[in-house]
Design a protein around this ligand. Structure first.
Ligand SMILES: Cc1cc2nc3c(=O)[nH]c(=O)nc-3n(C[C@H](O)[C@H](O)[C@H](O)COP(=O)(O)OP(=O)(O)OC[C@H]3O[C@@H](n4cnc5c(N)ncnc54)[C@H](O)[C@@H]3O)c2cc1C
Length: 349
């Protein structure tokens, strides 16, 4: 495999971690990462960056466990990286502990809080609050750029360079670039985030059934205290997250607008975005609603099975798609990168 040429399309958190994994495992490989924009400027730029130690399926829990260990190791080895442990409280609509215990990793050790003190959140009498360990928060774009900076002497990062065609053949995969250049690689990893309908990539990505959903989070203009942690509303798949580096809270909730275009969806929050978000926020923290009038809007790719897709997507086994992480692409990125590298290096002929 010495001298294998690998191209990664997309320099978001997933593409950068794929490049990092490949560089570590294949020291003599030539690796290029191409992005039509700047590093970390897609979904990764808008991400809330919350890692929760949970997963709805066995595969997701295994990916979560691996990714959590990976980020913990990074944090220990490079304390200057922007990865910060955060306390996590999980609010469940019932006192039944099954849903929480089944979803969270065994190591997260859910413990029921007897006298929960959550800022501005009203806890209904029949609800329960659980403390779980292992959560953290990052500014995903900053982390992506920091990791890319470390890789730069080893990996050829080409920003502002779009891939306009992908042509697998017997001698490798020919990539046509927006600059008019071409690049031939032995293996290609497509990590396009929500740009699954990009004409150059769609023939490879569309068969996965990935669809693009709007993702919205409101900013709540209240200053977090240093001791504040994330508050997860288990039954709504929503959370409140303190963002001390920005001086406000964030409220993430599940927005159900499908098949949006990443090129146009970020033009601003719509009245429906704000109304839907406030509707669920009102249920748990009515006092915060009046402070929630702005936020961030973008989108992410979702798979039919709600597990990330990491798969070979051409007949010759040279092109791998890694993505459709269902709004969890930050926290699962290390495990996605490992699976992608396994495929890239395992199929080398
Ligand atoms: C508001 C919001 C909140 C979120 N909160 C969380 C959270 O708390 N925790 C969590 O785990 N996840 C969260 N997510 C999801 C997470 O941010 C994404 O799953 C993750 O960033 C996807 O990373 P990526 O590298 O696949 O995609 P991206 O970061 O979008 O990167 C893809 C890159 O590919 C490039 N590209 C696309 N097509 C081409 C082409 N043809 N040629 C060259 N380059 C191309 C794009 O320019 C882009 O830079 C959130 C997402 C949003 C929008």
């Amino acid at each position: 495999m010495a001298g294998i040429r690998i191209a990664v399309v997309g320099a978001g958190i997933i593409g950068c971690l794929v490049a990092r994994e490949l560089a570590a495992r294949e020291p003599h490989a030539t690796i290029a990462v191409l992005d039509r924009d700047a590093i970390g400027s897609g979904a990764s730029r808008r991400s809330a960056g919350l890692h929760l130690p949970r997963g709805a399926t066995e595969r997701l829990r295994a990916m979560t466990r691996y990714s959590q260990d990976y980020y913990d190791r990074l944090r220990r080895e490079r304390p200057t990286l922007p990865i910060h442990a955060t306390a996590v409280s999980v609010v469940s609509a019932t006192a039944d502990d099954r849903a929480v215990r089944e979803t969270y990793l065994a190591g997260a050790e859910p413990v029921r809080a007897q006298h929960p003190d959550l800022p501005a959140v009203g806890i209904p009498a029949d609800a329960s609050v659980w403390r779980v360990s292992g959560g953290h928060h990052t500014v995903v774009q900053d982390l992506t750029c920091a990791l890319a900076r470390e890789l730069r002497s080893r990996v050829d990062f080409r920003e502002g360079v779009a891939v306009t065609a992908v042509r697998p053949g017997s001698g490798g995969v020919l990539l046509r670039l927006s600059t008019g250049d071409t690049l031939t690689a032995d293996r290609v990893v497509l990590a396009p985030g929500p740009w699954t309908a990009d004409p150059a990539l769609a023939p490879f990505v569309a068969p996965s059934g990935a669809r693009v959903k709007k993702v919205v989070a409101l900013h709540i203009e209240r200053s977090p205290a240093p001791t504040d942690g994330a508050i997860v509303f288990q039954d709504d798949d929503a959370f409140l997250l303190p963002l001390p580096e920005r001086g406000h809270w964030l409220y993430s909730f599940t927005r159900t607008e499908w098949d949006v275009d990443p090129g146009t969806v970020a033009r601003g929050l719509s009245a429906e975005d704000v109304e839907e978000a406030r509707g669920t926020l009102r249920r748990w923290a009515p006092a915060l609603v009046e402070h929630a009038g702005s936020g961030r809007v973008f989108c992410d790719a979702y798979s039919p099975g709600r597990e990330p897709v990491v798969d070979v997507v051409d007949d010759g086994g040279r092109v791998v798609f890694a993505g459709a992480a269902n709004g969890c692409g930050y926290r699962l990125a290390p495990a996605i990168a490992r699976e992608a590298a396994d495929l890239v290096l395992g199929v080398v002929g």
